[in-house]
Design a protein around this ligand. Structure first.
Ligand code: GLU
Length: 312
């Protein structure tokens, strides 16, 4: 139970479109959290799903962030260049019997669930019925899945409090490598956060639901579990989550302090009238540090392997 190293935060956008008001909130919050703790802040471009990422979009996001005064402390990582690391992680799981190949198509999964009389829809996704967990039965492998252990996964969110999920029964054995050969978000994010030494994940609340899966995967790979804070979502005028998918407008960065003020307000932080961009950021770092202090917990062994709760 020794002293931990300094805080490392990150912003990990998928470059499927430009940064919008919602993603700026997540970027800003993760930056403020790292800065308030005197730590480092990294940007990782999550372009593992290459067909969904138009050329130049990652660079554009980096330029948008820079215009807002948010610059990665290290050269950004690109997931499209990390195939070897993901392949090694999958191999480690396969060797340990914790991952298995799956031959099922979506239609076959639906049919297997219907046969059982089950209708569990989870954000449109079905709980995998485990068809291939005992073998492919001579069918060709399509995807690779994690063998999820039974039981509840409990974790703590600095804003949302105590969270838990029974991943085995609510999600099932989830995909690590997709049938199209692309790496699944869950595998790539876990491998990269660990490889970059990320101690603190600060991201939008829409991703909170992935955390239990990521903790299960971290445990399977023997990786430490970081702290988490999920930020409030920015809603569109129609009350839906603002996202690239529902056509959220790219940020108007003619005066970056304007979208930055909106993002600060979404995080419940003050913005002094007439303050410049650097002044706004500096003030917000202080306020964030008071609102969401990490410093007091810094000497605690909050990064732990194979523990159910990071903050008991
Ligand atoms: N790349 C993911 C997204 O843009 C976020 C990953 C994360 O922060 O864990 O939705």
């Amino acid at each position: 139970m020794g002293r931990r190293g300094p805080v490392v935060g990150r912003f990990a956008p998928s470059p499927t479109g430009p940064l919008h008001a919602g993603s700026l909130v997540a970027a800003l919050a993760s930056w403020l959290d790292a800065r308030a703790a005197g730590g480092r802040w990294l940007v990782r471009i999550e372009d593992a799903d290459r067909p969904r990422c138009p050329p130049g979009q990652g660079e554009f996001i980096l330029a948008q962030l820079a215009a807002c005064g948010l610059r990665s402390d290290e050269p950004p990582w690109w997931q499209s260049r990390r195939d070897t690391a993901y392949a090694q992680a999958l191999q480690q799981l396969v060797d340990a019997g914790q991952a298995y190949p799956c031959a099922c198509t979506r239609a076959e999964i639906e049919a297997a669930l219907a046969l059982r009389g089950e209708l569990p829809a989870r954000d449109g996704e079905r709980v995998y019925p485990g068809t291939c967990s005992a073998g492919l039965g001579g069918r060709p492998a399509r995807a690779w899945r994690l063998r999820v252990p039974a039981g509840h996964v409990a974790w703590h969110d600095r804003r949302l409090g105590s969270q838990h999920q029974d991943v085995a029964s609510e999600v099932g054995d989830f995909v690590l490598r997709r049938a199209d050969g692309l790496w699944a978000y869950q595998l790539a994010v876990v491998v990269d956060d660990a490889a970059q030494g990320v101690t603190d994940i600060v991201r939008g609340e829409d991703l909170a639901d992935n955390t239990a899966r990521q903790i299960v995967l971290r445990r399977a790979l023997g990786l430490p579990v970081p702290r988490h804070l999920h930020t409030p979502l920015v809603l569109a005028a129609d009350g839906h989550k603002l996202s690239k998918q529902n056509g959220a407008a790219a940020l108007d960065l003619r005066d970056p302090s304007v979208p930055l003020r909106t993002a600060l307000a979404a995080l419940g932080l003050q913005a002094t009238p007439r303050a410049t961009l650097p002044e706004l950021l500096a003030g917000a770092v202080v306020e964030w540090g008071q609102r969401w202090p990490l410093a007091a917990a810094r000497d605690n062994p909050h990064i732990q392997t194979n523990r159910h709760e990071e903050f008991p």
